[in-house]
Design a protein around this ligand. Sequence first.
Ligand code: SF4
Length: 465
Amino acid sequence: MGQTLLRKVWDLHTVRQLATGQTQLFIGLHLVHEVTSPQAFDALRANGWKVAFLDRTFATVDHIVPTRERQRPFLDVMAEDMISALERNCREFGVRLAGLGDDRQGIVHVIGPELGLTQPGMTIACGDSHTSTHGAFGSVAFGIGTSQVRDVLASQCLAIEPMKVRRIRINGTLPRGVYAKDVILEIIQRLGVRGGTGYAYEYAGDAVSRMTMDERMTMCNMSIEGGARVGYVNPDETTIEYLRGRPFVPSGESFERISQWWRSMASDADAVYDDDVEIRADELAPVVTWGVHPGQSISVDERVPTAAESGPDAAATTDALAYMGLSGGQPIAGMKVDVAFVGSCTNSRLSDLREAARIVKGRKVARHVKALVVPGSVSVSRAAEREGLDAIFRDAGFEWRGAGCSMCLGMNPDKLEGSQVCASSSNRNFKGRQGSPTGRTLLMSPAMVAAAAIAGEVTDVRGLL
Ligand code: SF4
């Protein structure tokens, strides 16, 4: 019987089965950042331990870094302490660090693939739930907590529960103005924010085969928002061509050899799945969240649900509508936005910026909107500047910022104020996620964010293409 990629990678990395029912897995790559690592390094120091596999450990700074004023020491004392601690820890333990001022710095889930650290067939762990992003390359990648960061630093291993596999086939052609972000929001809406609990999501189908690596990363990134700790796409020629020539990828004959092995890690044609779902790409429209989790979403041309239409979710709908200041039955198009944010590990790559720039080119941001573009890495920023994208955004009235997590979460100076409404290309719309306890987040694709910035309200990007 054929095997899934998850099973192949899992078996290859199994150290032993534990009496708890968990598997002790060897971790091929450990990505580290400033927020979830300080206590882990402290524990190593207290126990006199070393980092077990320095060549499988790589650190950067992203969550707390200011995206405008980057002079040290930072004005925020806690942020300065955190970044100084990572710098000190990396020096002391010998961990490679792409820190501020390094050309490789950026959001951990953007730089791993960019540098070629992320490769098919690997197990990858990082102290951030959106580590599922790296599954786009056919790796088994998941987020871990601080105590597990300590375990991986010290032993390069993790105790982890086995997972089932749900294949989600996306077939057909995405209509104009509909993107990978809309597909994953639709999947989460249909299967639920807890629908993926205990599962790895394997994204397949002809629409996924045609997707670029950037698009696959957007899909895998949000697997965790649907409850799936892992999301992956089988490696293919698109994966291999993306990785060719990247700094941490072997070259020459070694590349040809390793890419053969990468191909062999894909799920077999006769693999058996625990569940199978199909989504028709041609039926999709641009999606916008209206509530306080990523599953509360509708197409941009639909109306917000009422509590009465929500069945067992009536109480959650009532609560979300009250928080968002919406009435059930109201169209989402036309909701006024105060802030537009293009960025985050979901949608801050060059192709995202190109698509948003295509919408704003020759247009102006509405007068009442604060709009910002935050590239996911220094490398994305430089590439965008070479293409003149920064000038397009600035001419339209966007702020062009330095690489980091920025307004995805409230851990740096980029925060919502009061109950501002933000059209955001990020991945979480939880209450208070963007730094203000009453701030409101509407998740959508970067192109839809750009359209909202121009219109000053939620609008259908298809009308601007
Ligand atoms: S961009 Fe947001 S979700 Fe992604 S790593 Fe940063 S804080 Fe986490």
